[in-house]
Each structure stands twice: as structure tokens, then as C-alpha cells.
Design a protein around this ligand. Structure first.
Ligand code: MN
Length: 320
């Protein structure tokens, strides 16, 4: 595999870099992308962050006055895909990425398909850790905005340092980011604690209609278009629902079904440790990590629930 130092050397020679986030952006893709952008700023390399989906306003403090472009509006020397396991994660930007002469992937997903010309994939709990090491090779001292961006990525993908896959290296990096001015208390408030009234209303509604399967080891939460309309909540406000249901006693696997169109569901999957949900997501063309992954399934609601729970059952140890 290519070394991060080689990627750093190549990036330093670019005049302009387009940094691409994945669709339905989360704190790790946005934090990693801006961490890299702010570092390139310090080197005088022009860069833009691009995402084909809208970026929720809760990430504004990471952007620190900068903007996210929704399309590729100019010729970049190089395109870098950040936190994207496969090319479909780039949404509407996928084709332009494939056609570009110089492309780099910086990612941490075990399921990464190596879809760029240069691919760097290292399975730290958050991709922001990979970007931190890349910045080290760029020989840039992280400033406060870099520190906050990368720490936001780490806090997001580690579940605030609590996921099972959090390596000690991740905390060493986080510690260095605190030294450089990362404000974990602020990040926690902005990304995890603050919510709209509508989101609180949706949360209550969804938690009242959980469904249990296979000796209650599997729990399914459902968010319909109707739930969103009734409560006024936005689809991206369902973040955190899956983590909540994983705390229910006896639950081994959780699935959160979000209706994203007629007979079309986006499914988030979590495992408490024994079950490989990356394998479940792979059954439907999705992927991610062993303990956290996602996919999309088209079909009538009951049919989708049946498909996903059956696939989970095949991965569950000791279910009759
Ligand atoms: Mn990530």
C-alpha cells in the first residue's frame, strides 16, 4: 500500500484540490475534509470541500465561515474522496471522480473498494485519525480549526470514544488535538446534545413503535415519511436513534429503517459485538464496519423488514 508520506508529498505539489465528502454527510467526513482543507490552506494549496448532499447546520462550527460546494465547479489538479467506502458514496459526483486523471481515497472502512487511482485505507475507528497522520506528513502544526474539525470526526465515529473498535492510538491523537485547541465540550454540545423540538417529538414516536425479533435480540426502529411530516423533523435528525436502541437490554443487533422514498429504505445497522453487520449490509450491496454498517433496500415495508431480519438472523450466533 502507498504510504501517507507519499500522498503528502504529492498533495504539496498540487495547485488546487477538490476534497469530496460522502452523501448524507456525518461529522467524520465533514471534520476530516475540513481538517485537510485547513492544513492545505496553511501550505498555500487552494482547496474546496464538495458534497453532493446538503450539509446540516450543526456542522457550521466546523466550517468556521467556509462553504461546502454541492458540485465540482472547476478543474482541480486532484480530487480526494474522504471517508467513502465505495464510489456510490460520492452521490452525484461519482462519475466525475471516476473520469478524473488524479484521484485519491483516504478512508477507514473495512469494505473499501479501492476506487481511486491512489488508495489509502487504514481501519482506525475514525477517518479523521488517518487525516491527522496525513497532516503530520504535510508537516503542518494543527491550529485550532484543524483540531476542532478532526476532533469532531473522531468524536462522531468513535461514539464519543465508546465504540468497541476505538484503538488507543485514537486517544493519543485526540489528546494531541486537545493540546492544539480542540474543544470537546463544545463539539459534544453541537453534535450530540443539542436537538430541535421536532427531533425530540420524532424520537418519542419512533421509540414507541420498536419491533423485536429472534428472542428480542434484534430490534428494528422505523422512521417513515409520514413520521417526518407529522413531527416536522428532518431525515438527518434520526442520527443517534440507532445508538439509543442498542442500549435496550438483551439487544444484540439493531436496525433503523428510514423511508427515503416510496418503497425505498435506508437501513443503519449496529452490533453489540458478536454479530457481523458488515456481512448483513453486504447482502444488499451496502457495507461499512463489522459492528456498524448500512445499506438500502427497495420494497414494501414488511418485505424489507423480513429481508433484513432474516439476513441478521443468519449472522446471529446461537439463535434457533
Ligand atoms: Mn467515518
Amino acid at each position: 500500500m502507498i504510504e501517507l508520506s507519499q500522498i503528502a508529498t504529492a498533495l504539496k505539489l498540487k495547485k488546487s484540490v477538490g476534497i469530496i465528502c460522502h452523501v448524507r454527510p456525518d461529522g467524520d467526513t465533514i471534520g476530516s475534509a475540513f481538517g485537510l482543507k485547513f492544513a492545505l490552506d496553511l501550505l498555500g494549496v487552494q482547496s474546496d470541500v464538495i458534497c453532493s448532499d446538503p450539509v446540516p447546520s450543526k456542522f457550521d462550527f466546523i466550517l468556521d465561515g467556509e462553504k461546502v460546494f454541492s458540485s465540482i465547479e472547476k478543474e482541480y489538479d486532484c480530487l480526494v474522496a474522504i471517508d467513502c467506502a465505495d464510489v456510490t458514496r460520492l452521490g452525484d459526483l461519482a462519475q466525475e471522480f471516476i473520469n478524473h486523471k488524479d484521484t485519491i481515497v483516504i478512508d477507514h472502512h473495512v469494505s473499501n473498494t479501492r476506487f481511486a487511482k491512489t488508495n489509502y485505507v487504514q481501519c482506525f475507528a475514525a477517518n479523521a485519525v488517518n487525516v491527522y497522520f496525513l497532516i503530520t506528513h504535510l508537516e503542518v502544526e494543527p491550529n485550532k480549526r484543524i483540531a476542532n474539525a478532526l476532533a469532531s470526526g473522531i468524536m462522531t465515529d468513535t461514539g464519543r470514544f465508546c465504540h468497541k473498535d476505538v484503538q488507543s492510538t485514537v486517544l493519543v491523537v485526540a489528546s494531541h488535538l486537545i493540546e492544539k485547541g480542540a474543544d470537546l465540550n463544545l463539539i459534544n454540545k453541537k453534535l450530540f446534545v443539542s436537538q430541535s423540538k421536532n427531533r425530540a417529538k420524532l424520537f418519542g414516536k419512533v421509540m414507541q413503535s420498536l419491533r423485536y425479533f429472534y428472542q428480542d435480540k434484534v430490534v428494528v426502529a422505523t422512521v417513515t415519511q409520514n413520521d417526518l411530516a407529522l413531527t416536522g423533523a428532518q431525515p438527518d435528525e434520526t442520527e443517534g436513534f440507532i445508538e439509543f436502541i442498542m442500549g435496550i437490554e438483551g439487544v444484540e443487533v439493531g436496525a433503523c429503517l428510514l423511508e427515503i422514498g416510496k418503497n425505498k429504505y435506508k437501513i443503519s445497522l449496529r452490533s453489540n459485538g458478536e454479530t457481523n453487520v458488515n456481512a448483513v449490509a453486504s447482502d444488499f450491496g451496502g457495507g461499512g464496519h463489522i459492528l456498524a454498517s448500512g445499506c438500502q433496500i427497495a420494497g414494501e415495508y414488511e418485505e424489507v423488514v423480513d429481508k433484513i431480519t432474516f439476513s441478521i438472523k443468519r449472522q446471529l450466533p446461537d439463535v434457533l
